[in-house]
Design a protein around this ligand. Sequence first.
Ligand code: FEO
Length: 284
Amino acid sequence: MLVEWTSKLETGVTFVDADHKVLINLLNQVNDCISDNEESTVLGSVLDALVEYTDYHFLREEKMMELSGYSGLETHKTTHRVLSGQVRAVYEDFQASPWNVDPVHVRDFLQSWLVDHIMGSDFAYRDTCLNNAAASDAAGQVGFLGDGVTFNEWEHLRVMLVDDNPNFCRLIRTILRAVGIRNIQIVDNAAEGISRLADRPADVVLCDWVMDDMNGTEFARRVGEMQLPTRVVMLTGYSTDVLKERSSDLMVADYLEKPIKARNLLETISRVAMVVPFAAVGLG
Ligand code: FEO
């Protein structure tokens, strides 16, 4: 583990500490993926999530400082812009040349990038913001999804992930938990996913298209036959256009291409979760 969460990193502001834990979790996942040369696609997804969640965290932290009347706001915002640009540059370097990323540089940079900032700049606003609960409550309400997209049912949502890549599963769990989803089942093969669904239903199943024991076509067909109120979202390295053409007759609610984008994943889940599946209305 690159960085371990300790009480020394706690600011005392609930949403800030929760955000920092998500970011540290993502940092550690970058480290894990860099250690495994086979994980280029997963590393792309992790870096994208790190960029997106960093910007989101900065946005609501700045809102809290502004509402609290913190005098160091403008300086802190400038620091945020620099940090945001730096992590985005790491991601863009990776996108341009995935195999030429210097792992030592990325590890060292990301470690100091976050930990030094939390223990320096973030600790400086603690007293001001801890004394203004209304400001931190308001900032904590800022959602992760895009403008105009609201979804308030995360804590009630039941999600299953079927994927045999442990690093990818860890990333998806981090993203789901970041918005408050607690009912998460993760299985590493399709047959177990089918078996579990019979006893412990899920509202949304995220399923890898390519699995050893059963491909995505067969999995979606089997879920459809079970007549469960379950929406299947396929995750794949193939182009979604290719997949839709291949499987237009299947009960697949949506498709997501890997590397996945965290916000796109959550928006897709929220969208399909609000649609009554064909099976539930007897059309499957
Ligand atoms: Fe928690 Fe200023 O970032």
